[in-house]
Design a protein around this ligand. Structure first.
Ligand code: ADP
Ligand code: MG
Length: 254
C-alpha cells in the first residue's frame, strides 16, 4: 500500500495565498473526489502537488510513502509515481503519441536506474498495444502527433492512455470531465475504472457531480476558499448537486 499525505498545505500564486491549509490523505485503492466552485483552488492543489513553478508552497507538507515531494522537480515527482492529467492538455506537433509515451517511460526508468538503456521497442509496442486495447483505442492513434488537431475527447483519452502506460501510484485528474459529451465522458471513466486498482490511488477534481456516476468515489471533499471544509462519502456529492455550495459557505463563515 502507498500513501500520499498532504498536511496543512499553503500555496501562493503571485503573492496571493490561494490554498490556506489543505489536509488530505490518499491511499492506493481509493478514489477521492475534490469538488468546489470555480476559483476555490482545486487546480492550484493539483499544480502545487506536481511542482509547477508558479505555485509556491509557503507552509505545510506533501509526502509520498514518507518521502518529501516538495523539494523535488516535476519529473522526479512523476518518476516516484505521481501523475497529473491536465485540464487543458497541450499539443506537441512533430512528436507522436507513441514517441512521447516511450520518452516518458524511459525517463522514469532512468530515474530508478541511471544505467538503464530504455525500454526495448518490442516491449514498448507490446505495452502500448495492451494499454490501448484496455482503453478501447484505435491503434492508429499512437502515430498521430500529440494532441495536434485532437478533439476534446481525444485529448482526454491520450491523458488516460498516458496514465495507463506510466502506471503511477497516484493520479490527479483535474476536471478531466469538463467539456466532454456523455460518450466521451463514458470512455474516460471506463478508462480510469479499468486502471483503478489496489495499486493506484485517484484524486479526482471536478466541478460537477456527473462524472461521479461513472467513477465511484470512496470519499468526497469540498474545497471552499482554498481549504477542504467538508468530507464525506458519495452522498455528499449528491447533496451538493441538489443544494449547491451555499449551505457550506454559510456554515464555514458562521
Ligand atoms: P479552481 O481550479 O478551483 O477553479 P484555481 O486553483 O484555478 O481554482 O484558482 C484559484 C485562484 O487562484 C483563482 O482566484 C485564480 O484566479 C488564481 N490563480 C490560479 N492560477 C493562477 C495563475 N497561474 N496566475 C494567477 N492567478 C491564478
Ligand atoms: Mg481548475
Amino acid at each position: 500500500m502507498s500513501e500520499l499525505v498532504i498536511k496543512n498545505l499553503h500555496v501562493n500564486v503571485e503573492d496571493t495565498e490561494i490554498l490556506t491549509g489543505v489536509d488530505l490523505t490518499i491511499k492506493t485503492g481509493e478514489v477521492h473526489a475534490v469538488m468546489g466552485p470555480n476559483g476555490t483552488g482545486k487546480s492550484t492543489l493539483a499544480y502545487a502537488l506536481m511542482g509547477h513553478p508558479k505555485y509556491s508552497v509557503t507552509k505545510g507538507e506533501a509526502t509520498l510513502n514518507g518521502q518529501d515531494l516538495l523539494d523535488l522537480d516535476p519529473s522526479e515527482r512523476s518518476s516516484l509515481g505521481l501523475f497529473l492529467a491536465f485540464q487543458y492538455p497541450v499539443a506537441v506537433p512533430g512528436v507522436s503519441v507513441a514517441n512521447f509515451l516511450r520518452t516518458a517511460i524511459n525517463a522514469h526508468r532512468k530515474y530508478q536506474d541511471p544505467e538503464d538503456k530504455g525500454i526495448s521497442i518490442p516491449d514498448f509496442r507490446k505495452k502500448l498495444k495492451e494499454k490501448m486495447a484496455l482503453l478501447k483505442m484505435d491503434e492508429s492513434f499512437a502515430s498521430r502527433y500529440l494532441n495536434d488537431g485532437f478533439s476534446g475527447g481525444e485529448k482526454k483519452r491520450v491523458e488516460i492512455l498516458q496514465m495507463a502506460t506510466l502506471e503511477p501510484k497516484f493520479s490527479i485528474l483535474d476536471e478531466t470531465d469538463s467539456g466532454l459529451d456523455i460518450d466521451a465522458l463514458k470512455i474516460v471513466s471506463d478508462g480510469v475504472n479499468a486502471i483503478s486498482s489496489e495499486t493506484h490511488g485517484v484524486l479526482l477534481i471536478t466541478h460537477y457531480q456527473r462524472i461521479l456516476n461513472y467513477i465511484k468515489p470512496d470519499f468526497v471533499h469540498v474545497m471552499l476558499d482554498g481549504k477542504i471544509v467538508q468530507s464525506g462519502g458519495p452522498e455528499l456529492a449528491l447533496k451538493l448537486e441538489e443544494e449547491g455550495y451555499e449551505w457550506l459557505r454559510e456554515k464555514h463563515t458562521a
